[in-house]
Unconditional design. Structure first.
Ligand code: FAD
Length: 467
């Protein structure tokens, strides 16, 4: 029987990063993955393929809508070749998952393909295609991730009533895509198909989209996506989703309780994700799950069984790849006797629509609820030379700072390249910068990043220069 210092179950961004860090720290490490490819949800059916399709559809939209204004003429019609678009996406996925194989090999991590299930707290059975194998591990890291969740009355047939996984490989462009759920995944994939020519209707239970983010971001994104002709049915409670041949009929109650019927040819159910522990046999190791099916962990990500840890989507907290990665690193370093720490307040959240939406720290709503005295500085993207040069003028940067100390408490932005710009916000907050600190740093001109400096100037005595 093979023996390891650490066995990692699941090879998503949590699991593979944990395995690499364990190996770097000198631990004999195994990783167990039930699918043929490594990389988990993120690399196979999540972050990477969705960004590949967002980029392709963005190029198409630019070609159709904006090239002419830029003085670029294309003889004949610009057409979508969906098959090629999906094939390119798959190529990106394949390249990326092979990269993880390379990293496992480079770090001398043993890879087992099969379902890992606990026999007891130190033994894991692996059900492989060619038979069973048991390994022994002093420590185990559960990184089994999550799966799309649904509503109890919806039958996902994976053809017309679909989850994000199917939406990443459709064979045709929907005529009318109904998206249930105005969160990150629904909006990103809704925008992909909108750009490719589908009508898109978003049905959301709450009174705003991206409900966890600052209200100003929801408002601006709604405004911009409405301009892009996405329809929104907010405060709508979906009651039924019925498929009749090629038609999908969604019925919902609006906020007055009146029934609304929406007909489309595809319905994307994107109402969130749920932790995944099927087949893990956590009971056999004595590992406790909480009432929402997540593996219960303490602040060191340790389960109730001292040599078993859990990370990523399968534990509490934001379901984000970079959160899972930080947790993977943290557990590896704890196992090596170090004292790492994660500041969960500084895990950024990003929506990769265009304009992109990104945030770190507290929202204005949270600060109000917590009774914190704060001030706010906001700067519109349209006032930047760089934004006008590229015609990406939607959005703004908003900085929230403590009214008394000027410490930055939250940065919220929507606009071109905000997914990358937010890193400046994370760095500033990690070093506990004041708004004035940011306002006094030189930002290259002309860049979108100048909006961060200007918002900081606005937050400190209303000193923005270009509005
Ligand atoms: P996962 O990536 O879910 O990996 C878990 C792995 O464990 C899987 O490969 C699974 O097969 C394996 N497994 C499960 N049980 C067993 C078992 N018993 N034995 C062996 N293997 C097992 N996050 C971002 O930060 N940015 C984004 O842009 C982003 N975009 C997304 C887009 C979409 C469409 C989706 C669906 C998600 C997106 N996410 C994004 C979320 C991100 O994918 C997850 O937060 C991340 O993958 C979680 O990582 P993880 O390691 O916890 O689990």
């Amino acid at each position: 029987m093979n023996q390891y210092d650490v066995a990692v179950i699941g090879s998503g961004p949590g699991g593979y990063v944990a395995a690499i860090r364990c190996a770097q720290l000198g631990m004999k490490t195994a990783i167990i993955e039930k699918y043929a490819t490594l990389g988990g949800t993120c690399l196979n059916v999540g972050c990477i393929p969705s960004k590949a399709l967002l980029d392709s559809s963005h190029h198409y939209e630019d070609a159709v809508k904006h090239f002419e204004e830029h003085g670029i003429e294309i003889p004949g019609d610009v057409k979508v070749n969906l098959e090629q678009m999906i094939a390119r996406k798959q190529g990106v996925v394949d390249q990326t998952t092979k990269g993880i194989e390379f990293l496992m090999d480079k770090n001398k991590i043993d890879v087992y393909h099969g379902v890992g299930s606990f026999k007891d707290a130190t033994h894991i059975n692996i059900a492989k295609e060619d038979g069973e194998e048991t390994i022994e591990a002093k420590n185990t890291i559960i990184a089994t991730g999550s799966k799309p969740s649904s509503l109890p009355f919806i039958e996902i047939d994976k053809e017309r009533v679909i989850t994000s996984t199917e939406a990443l490989k459709l064979k045709e462009i929907p005529k009318h895509l109904i998206v249930i759920g105005g969160g990150v995944i629904g909006l990103e994939l809704g925008q992909v198909y909108k750009r490719l020519g589908a009508d898109v209707t978003v049905v959301e239970f709450m009174d705003r989209i991206i409900p966890g983010m600052d209200g100003a971001l929801s408002k601006e994104l709604t405004k911009v996506m409405k301009k892009q002709k996405v329809k929104f049915n907010l405060s709508h409670k979906v009651k039924s989703v019925e498929r009749k041949g090629d038609e999908v009929i969604v019925k919902a109650d609006d906020k007055k309780g009146e029934e609304v019927t929406i007909k489309g040819d595809y319905c994307l159910v994107s109402v969130g994700r749920k932790p995944y522990t099927d087949g893990l046999n956590a009971d056999a190791a004595g590992v406790k799950l909480d009432d929402r099916g997540r593996v219960e962990v303490n602040e060191h990500l340790q389960t109730n069984v001292s040599n078993i840890y859990a990370i990523g989507d399968v534990v509490k907290g934001a379901m984000l790849a970079h959160k899972a990665e930080e947790e993977g690193t943290m557990v590896a370093e704890i196992l090596a006797g170090q004292k790492p720490h994660i500041d969960y307040n500084l895990i950024p959240g990003v929506v990769y629509t265009w304009p992109e939406v990104a945030a770190v720290g507290k929202t204005e709503e949270q600060l109000k609820e917590e009774g914190v005295e704060y001030k706010s500085g906001q700067f519109p993207m349209r006032a930047l030379g760089r934004a006008r040069a590229s015609m990406d003028i939607d959005g703004f940067v908003k900085i929230l700072a403590d009214k008394n100390t000027d410490e930055v408490l939250g940065i919220h932005m929507i606009g071109a390249r905000c997914a990358d710009l937010i890193a400046e916000g994370v760095t500033a907050m990690e070093f506990r910068a004041s708004a004035e600190d940011i306002s006094r740093m030189s930002h290259a001109h002309p860049t979108y990043a100048e909006a961060v400096k200007e918002a900081a100037l606005a937050a400190t005595d209303d000193r923005a220069l270009h509005v």
